[in-house]
Design a protein around this ligand. Sequence first.
Ligand code: C2E
Ligand code: CA
Ligand code: CA
Length: 522
Amino acid sequence: MGISQRVKNVMLLLWVILLPLTLATGFSLYLAQQQILRQQQADASLLIAQAESISDEAWDMIDRLRPLERQSCDEIETMLQRYSAQYAYFRSIGMTASDLVTCSSAFGNENGSLQQMILGPLPEVNRAWWSLSVAGTWGVPNRPAVLFIRRGTQGYGAYALVEAQYLLDVMRAIHDQRGNHLSLRVDNGYRIETDDDMPAEPSWLAPRVWQQSSARFPIHVTITVPGASVADAWRQNFFTFLPVTLILTLLLAALANVFIKRKRAFADELRRAIAREEFYVHYQPLYDARHRRCYGVEALLRWRRRDGSEMAPDSFITLAEREGCIVSLTHHLLRLIVRDSQRWQLPDGFHLSINIAAAHLQDAQFVDDIQHVASQLSRHRLTIVLELTERSLIGDDALATAHLRQLRQAGIRVAIDDFGTGHCALSYLQRFPLDYLKIDRGFVHAIEDKGGETPILEAIIHLGHTLELQVVAEGVETAAQFHWLCHHQVRFIQGYFYARPMGSQALMDWLGLHAEQPAPGH
Ligand code: C2E
Ligand code: CA
Ligand code: CA
């Protein structure tokens, strides 16, 4: 196994470990944020409901004071005190005229202005009914309250001052339970807040802030959850998921391991098969219809396993390509061809077609590999043709083109194999230095005995001729196909109709009998 393969495997394993952990981390953070939001919403609703019910009580009380509006303080003072005492919420209730407090349950008729009562300016509102949270009041400067006011048409009115303590109690209860920070504000008034110290924030997690308002009153609530609490919830979720995450990680790691092993297993199997000489080469004769004789062969790799079973080349070539072993397999093919060639007697210029995988074409050694085999075969004065599929031409085309140019200068020819089955843009055909276009057998099989419609096949042949490429038809199985192709100026024919692939010795025998003979019926 090469270094780069080992690095790839380590990367894969790292991925497999990091992926579930990253997912679990992200998901538990998201979940923590959702949980906190739901909690904030529930707490805010609770607090708002409490503030609304206190407001309802206050407005009810103000309504009850309406009949007392024009009476003197002496007459109503005791009644005010009695009313006020009925509800523990009230700091005081009382009557107003313009901005003056004329009578209150707390101080009788010894009152000042409303401003003096709330120790600050009044809001600039023109509404007859308004309410405001305040930091303190006359006589009780350090404890927040909420003021409710109704002003009548002639300046007479009534107020109720509600202790904020009851709201603060609810807020502190929520705070003690959750560790969050709550603040409540009536209209633009004082912010009634839990007097907690927010814990030092971990800088990497921002606090979560939620604001909610009452639909009925100008009551606004803000709930802030410190980043540390988010982190806590996150951690808790993470540890809840940890067992599942670990199981997932182990499963993925096991899968990755199987994958790596299988890859290595195939590479090992291939190496063993090469050592045990399980590979051999078949050669399929190619027919030149113009000169009515055999003009070359295509080398096709075969694998007979030790148990005698043959593995289909399509399968093992695909596997070798996928598992990254195709280049070493092709090296072996080239060695086998050189070995077979020692017993060959071939005319000058005889074609030897060799299939080359896409990965090999991009390999730095590619040109050397081919030149090496060419030099070892030089005694035969062969024309070597490299068969490339359309896929080969798609990758790094600058490198591929450079390799092919170099080889063509050295007399090597290039064919595009299985033409019409890949996804090659036609422009590639012009850009690449090509000599032969091999029409895929699928198109050839479209030729029926009775000569049906074959528009695509005709278009491909036409395209080949236009680009000045030699056209080869492969997979020719019947006399009808053969004649149709000859009739349509396809010069080179390959297929069972002419000859099947055969071993090296069988090829020599076959060539002795048929090399100079026309194909049957030609
Ligand atoms: P290919 O390059 O298109 O090779 C031609 C295939 O068509 C061969 O199949 C051949 O046996 C088959 N064939 C020839 N005449 C006929 C015919 O008249 N009818 C039909 N139905 N088939 C015919 P094979 O040997 O099974 O090879 C399959 C594929 O495996 C090849 O297709 C090629 O893509 C790949 N392959 C074979 N040997 C090598 C090799 O040494 N290197 C590489 N890279 N690929 C190879
Ligand atoms: Ca081929
Ligand atoms: Ca082919």
